[in-house]
Design a protein around this ligand. Structure first.
Ligand code: GRG
Length: 296
C-alpha cells in the first residue's frame, strides 16, 4: 500500500508512538510483552489507525490527541489476528510474512498476548492523560464505539457466524451480515472514532460511519479475491485457506468477475459518502481506490 503524503504522516506518527503504549518487558510475565510487541511490529498496513487520524483531521481535530485511540484500535486489530491464527481458529503458521504469534510463542502465550492487547487498548484510551487533550465525553464515546464494534455486535459476532457457517451453504445476505461484523465493523469504528475525536457533528459522524462500512465491505471482498488470486509470498499469510476451511466467500458465491464488480460498487458507495467534504477528502478518495486495487 502506498499512502498519500497526508496519510504517510499519520503512518509515521503511529509507528513512532505505538511501541510506547505497549507494556515494558518484565521478567515475571515473559514472554507476553515480547509477543505483544511482536504482533504490533511493522508489517501491517495500519489501515484502521490511519483512518482514525485522517477522520479526526477531516473533522477539524488535533491528530496528536487522537493518537492513543489510533494505537488502541491497532492493538484490538492485532489481538484479533493473533486469535484468528490460533489452532482452534485458522491454525495459521504465517502472518505478515513471518511466523504467526502462536507459531513463534506457542498457543498459550499467543492466547494471553491477544487478551493482554485487548485490555491494553482500553487502558490506553481511558488513561487520565488523554483528558487533557480530548474531553472525557469524547474519550468515553470513542472507547464505547471500539468496544461495541469489536464485540458480539461486531467483530466477534461476525467471527462466530464465520465459524458456524463453515461447510454450510449461505446466501449473499448472510455473507454480507457476516463480513459486516467480522471486518467492516472495526473499519467503520475507526472512521467514527476519528470523527468523534475531531469534534465532528452528527452529519459528519454519519458520513464516517457510511464510508467505513462500505470501505470495510469492499476491503473484505478484495480479501476474498486475493485468497484465490495471490500467493503466500505476496500476501505474507497462507492463501487458499477459505476453500480449505470450506468457507463461503464472494468468489465461491458469485465468481471472480462479479466479486470484482461488487468490490467496485462498494467502493463507489464509500466515495459517495465523501462528497460533502470536497477536496479535503482527497486522501480518503485515493485510499479507497488503492484498497480496491491492492495486491496485498
Ligand atoms: C475473542 C477468540 C476471539 C477472537 C476475536 C478472531 C476474531 C475475534 C476475529 C477475527 C477477525 C478477522 C481476522 C477478520 C478478518 C479481517 C481482515 C481482513 C484482517 C486483515 O486485515 P489487514 O489486511 O491486516 O488490514 P494487516 O496485516 O495489514 O494489518
Amino acid at each position: 500500500m502506498q499512502y498519500t503524503e497526508q496519510l504517510t504522516q499519520h503512518l509515521q506518527r503511529i509507528q513512532e508512538v505505538l511501541p510506547q503504549y505497549l507494556p515494558a518487558v518484565c521478567a515475571d510475565c515473559t514472554p507476553v510483552p515480547e509477543a505483544m510487541a511482536y504482533a504490533c511490529a511493522d508489517g501491517g498496513k495500519r489501515l484502521r489507525p490511519v483512518l482514525v487520524l485522517e477522520w479526526c483531521r477531516l473533522c477539524g481535530g488535533d491528530t496528536e490527541a487522537a493518537l492513543p485511540f489510533a494505537c488502541a484500535i491497532e492493538m484490538i486489530h492485532n489481538y484479533s489476528l493473533i486469535h484468528d491464527d490460533l489452532p482452534c481458529m485458522d491454525n495459521s503458521p504465517l502472518r505478515r510474512g513471518k511466523p504467526s504469534v502462536q507459531a513463534a510463542y506457542g498457543e498459550t502465550m499467543a492466547l494471553l498476548s491477544g487478551d493482554a492487547l485487548l485490555n491494553r487498548a482500553f487502558e490506553v484510551m481511558l488513561s487520565d492523560e488523554n483528558t487533557r487533550t480530548v474531553s472525557p465525553k469524547q474519550a468515553m464515546k470513542a472507547a464505547w464505539i471500539l468496544a461495541q464494534a469489536s464485540g458480539i455486535e461486531g467483530m466477534i459476532g461476525g467471527q462466530v457466524m464465520d465459524l458456524r457457517c463453515e461447510g454450510q451453504q449461505i446466501d449473499l445476505e448472510q455473507l454480507v451480515a457476516l463480513q459486516a461484523g467480522k471486518t467492516a465493523a472495526l473499519i467503520s469504528a475507526a472512521c467514527r472514532m476519528g470523527a468523534v475525536l475531531g469534534g465532528g457533528d452528527e452529519t459528519r459522524l454519519q458520513a464516517a460511519a457510511t464510508f467505513g462500512y462500505e470501505l470495510g465491505l469492499a476491503f473484505q471482498i478484495v480479501d476474498d479475491i486475493l485468497d484465490v488470486t495471490s500467493t503466500a509470498q505476496v500476501l505474507g499469510k497462507p492463501v487458499g485457506s477459505d476453500a480449505v476451511n470450506e468457507k463461503v466467500t464472494y468468489v465461491s458465491l458469485v465468481g471472480l468477475d462479479e466479486a470484482r464488480r461488487m468490490a467496485a460498487a462498494r467502493t463507489q458507495a464509500a466515495l459517495a459518502a465523501l462528497e460533502p467534504f470536497g477536496d479535503e477528502a482527497a486522501s480518503l478518495r485515493r485510499l479507497a481506490a488503492d484498497l480496491q486495487n491492492r495486491s496485498m
